[in-house]
Design a protein around this ligand. Structure first.
Ligand code: NAD
Length: 360
C-alpha cells in the first residue's frame, strides 16, 4: 500500500526545496519499489493569504490522516507584524501539538567534504556525529501566562516555562532509547542552578537514567553546553534539552555542519507518524532566486523513510547520493568554497537524483 504523505511546502524557499525533495523521493520509490501518494496542503503565510488562518481544520485533517508529514518552512516579512493575531508559526505549533509530536530529533554530522565550510577549525570538527533531542510540546512556547500588560511602573511582560514530570520522562526515555542505538552517551541540558522547571527536569532525567545503566549519562548547564558545543563537539552523542534550550543549541550546532541548509529534522510522537522538515526557515533573502540549498529538505525525506516507514536502505541511498554530489565538488552558494562548482537549487536536486540512479 502507498505511504500517504501530507506535503506542506510553506513559504519563501519552502516550495523550492520541497519540489526537489519530492522528486528525489519519487526516484527512491521507483528504485526500491516503495509507493507514495502525496497530499499537498497549505500552512503558514500562504494559508493566511488564502484562508485567513495559518492552518485550517481541513489541512490539519490532511496531516492527521497521513502516514507522515513533510514541511518546508513558514513565515516571512509579509506576515511579520508582531501585533497580528494570526501568525504563520501558529501552523507549526498547531501541527506539533495536534499530532502530539513531543520529540524533535536534529542529527548533526559534519560531512567530510565540507570540513572547511564551517567557521570552526577542521580538527575540532573531525568525527562530529551528534543528535540533539529537543522537547517540543512544553516549555515557554506553550506556558501561560504569556502576555504584556501595564503595571505600576509601566510596561511589563511575562512568559511561563511549565513542564509536567510525564513530559520530561517521555522525552528522556526517547533520548535514552536513541543513545542505546548510537554510541551510548547522553547529555541532559538544563539550568538547574536557577530554574525550578530545570531542577525537576534534572530530577526526572536522573530517575530515568537509573533504567539505562549501559548509557553513560551526564547533566550539563545550558550556558556551559553552548561553550562545549563549539570547543569539543565530537565528544557528544545524544543531547536532550527542553524546548527553548534545544532550539538555541541546534542553531548553534548547525554551524558545525557549515550551513542550516544541510540539516534535517524529525519530530516524533508515540506512533510511527512523524513530521520531517529542514531546521532552516524560509530564507526570504534568497527566496525565488534558485539559490536555496535543498539538501536539508532532501535529507529530511531520508529521515522520514527510516523513522516512519522503516525503509533504511532507501534512506541510506539518498544520504549516499548527497554525499557523492558533495564529494564531486558541487555546492549551493551557502556552502560554496574556492575550486567548487556552484549550482542552484534545481541543479543540486537533479544531481542528487542522478546519483540516486534515476533519470535526471
Ligand atoms: P532562515 O533560516 O530562514 O535564514 C537564516 C539565513 O540562513 C539566511 O541568510 C538564509 O538565506 C540562510 N538559509 C537558510 N536556509 C537556507 C537554505 N536552505 N539554503 C541556503 N541558505 C539558507 O532564518 P530567519 O532569516 O531567521 O527566518 C526567516 C523566516 O523564516 C522568518 O519568518 C522565520 O519566522 C521563519 N522561520 C521558519 C521556521 C520554520 O518554519 N520551521 C524556522 C525558522 C525560521
Amino acid at each position: 500500500m502507498a505511504h500517504n504523505i501530507a506535503v506542506f511546502s510553506g513559504d519563501g524557499i519552502g516550495p523550492e526545496v520541497m519540489g526537489e525533495a519530492i522528486n528525489v523521493l519519487k526516484i527512491a520509490g521507483a528504485r526500491f519499489g516503495i509507493e507514495f501518494s502525496f497530499e499537498p496542503a497549505l500552512a503558514g503565510g500562504c494559508s493566511i493569504d488564502e484562508h485567513g488562518v495559518a492552518l485550517t481544520d481541513s489541512a490539519l485533517r490532511t496531516a492527521k490522516e497521513s502516514d507522515a508529514v513533510l514541511l518546508g518552512a513558514v513565515g516571512g516579512p509579509k506576515w511579520d507584524d508582531p501585533k497580528a493575531s494570526v501568525r504563520p508559526e501558529q501552523a507549526i505549533l498547531g501541527l506539533r501539538k495536534e499530532l502530539e509530536l513531543f520529540a524533535n530529533l536534529r542529527p548533526v554530522q559534519v560531512n567530510r567534504h565540507l570540513l572547511h565550510a564551517s567557521t570552526l577549525k577542521p580538527e575540532v570538527l573531525a568525527g562530529v556525529d551528534l543528535m540533539v533531542v529537543r522537547e517540543l510540546t512544553g516549555g515557554v512556547y506553550y506556558g501561560r501566562p504569556s502576555e504584556r500588560r501595564t503595571g505600576a511602573s509601566g510596561r511589563e511582560a511575562v512568559d511561563t516555562i511549565f513542564y509536567t514530570e510525564g513530559e520530561v520522562e517521555r522525552l528522556m526515555r526517547a533520548s535514552f532509547d536513541l543513545a542505546r542505538k548510537r554510541r551510548k552517551k547522553l547529555t541532559s541540558v538544563d539550568k538547574a542552578n536557577i530554574m525550578a522547571s530545570s531542577r525537576m527536569w534534572r530530577e526526572v532525567a536522573n530517575e530515568v537514567a537509573q533504567e539505562y545503566p549501559d548509557v553513560e549519562y551526564e547533566d550539563v548547564l545550558v550556558d556551559a553546553m553552548s561553550m562545549h558545543l563549539i570547543r569539543r563537539p565530537a565528544d557528544f552523542d545524544v543531547i536532550a534539552a527542553e524546548n527553548m534550550f534545544g532550539d538555541i543549541l541546534t542553531d548553534e550546532a548547525s554551524m558545525l555542519a557549515g550551513s542550516m541548509g544541510l540539516l534535517p529534522s524529525a519530530s516524533l510522537g508515540e506512533g510511527s507518524r512523524g513530521l520531517f522538515e529542514p531546521i532552516h526557515g524560509t530564507a526570504p533573502d534568497i527566496a525565488g532566486q534558485d539559490k536555496a540549498n535543498p539538501l536539508a529538505m532532501i535529507l529530511s525525506t531520508a529521515l522520514m523513510l527510516r523513522l516512519s516507514f522503516g525503509q533504511d536502505e532507501a534512506a541510506l541511498a539518498i544520504e549516499e547520493a548527497v554525499d557523492q554530489v558533495l564529494g564531486n565538488g558541487y555546492r549551493t552558494p551557502d556552502i560554496a568554497q574556492p575550486e567548487c562548482r556552484v549550482v542552484g537549487c534545481q541543479e543540486m536536486g537533479r544531481l542528487v537524483r542522478e546519483r540516486l540512479g534515476g533519470e535526471s
